[in-house]
Write a protein that binds this ligand. Structure first.
Ligand code: HEM
Length: 224
């Protein structure tokens, strides 16, 4: 019954809130689609937090996506034990790297008086949710080896069953509680996405790659 709600219904609720909320926020005020960087208030801790966090989270997210889109490739890659160990070792190292970055970001937001002035309760909720998701994910990686091997035979078919609008709960039924906490926390993150700083993920200024550079011209009145 709990599984039915958490893994059969809640994923759709989360996606509907994420899409609806993102459109609502964009229509209401598109200029808030930003990470609202606080670099001008504090730069040192931000560097040591933000850089490992972003390198780590992007690598780990791409890893999850490879597992979802190329399960056969991951299985073939992992069929040679040394490759499995290298993959798992790299993924765990990335997880620990992003955890260190995240902890520094949390400490910065809660202790630096200048940064605290611009920190909303939602910023702290977001960081707490990220921390729960990350700690549970690293816990799964450490206690239930080898995640990349069993992910493609449980999470991948479950996610595709969701996409096909017929959730197959048999894939999640036997997952350890820690893995369920990791998945549910990630779903909550999807649901709160539009109401947090996370919106900056979809507002990367890619247009800078092809748009002409900006020419700034001074237009001063001539001195008589
Ligand atoms: C896709 C490329 C991404 C870019 C270009 C990017 C860029 C930024 C920038 C510029 C900031 C402001 C802080 C700073 O100046 O470093 C920031 C903050 C943040 N980013 Fe990203 N980001 C990306 C992806 C992500 C992803 C995938 C996540 C999480 C799933 C994430 C989570 C965060 C969080 C939580 C903060 C706030 C940190 C704080 O408390 O100050 N970002 N990001």
């Amino acid at each position: 019954m709990v599984d039915l709600f958490l893994f059969g219904i809640f994923p759709y609720v989360a996606v509907v809130i994420a899409v609806g909320g993102s459109i609502w926020r964009y229509v209401r005020n598109q200029f808030t689609y930003s990470s609202l960087s606080s670099q001008f208030l504090e730069g040192r801790q931000l560097f040591w937090g933000s850089v490992p966090w972003h390198y780590g989270i992007i690598a780990v997210l791409v890893g999850h996506l490879i597992g979802v889109f190329f399960p056969a490739g991951v299985k073939a890659f992992n069929s040679v034990p040394v490759r499995l160990y290298i993959l798992e070792g790299t993924a765990l190292a990335m997880g620990l790297l992003l955890l260190v970055g995240l902890v520094i970001l949390v400490v910065r937001r809660s202790t630096n008086p200048r940064v605290r002035m611009v920190t909303t309760p939602m910023d702290m909720v977001l960081l707490a949710l990220l921390l729960i998701t990350v700690v549970a994910g690293i816990g799964v990686a450490i206690f239930y080896r080898w995640g990349s091997a069993w992910f493609v035979t449980t999470a991948t078919p479950y996610i595709w069953s969701l996409v096909k609008l017929s959730p197959d709960l048999k894939y999640v039924a036997s997952l350890p509680v820690l893995a369920k906490i990791h998945a549910v926390a990630a779903l909550v993150l999807i649901a709160v996405f539009p109401f947090t700083r996370l919106v900056h993920i979809v507002s990367i200024p890619f247009a800078y790659l092809w748009r002409p550079y900006q020419i700034v011209m001074w237009h001063r009145r001539q001195v008589q």
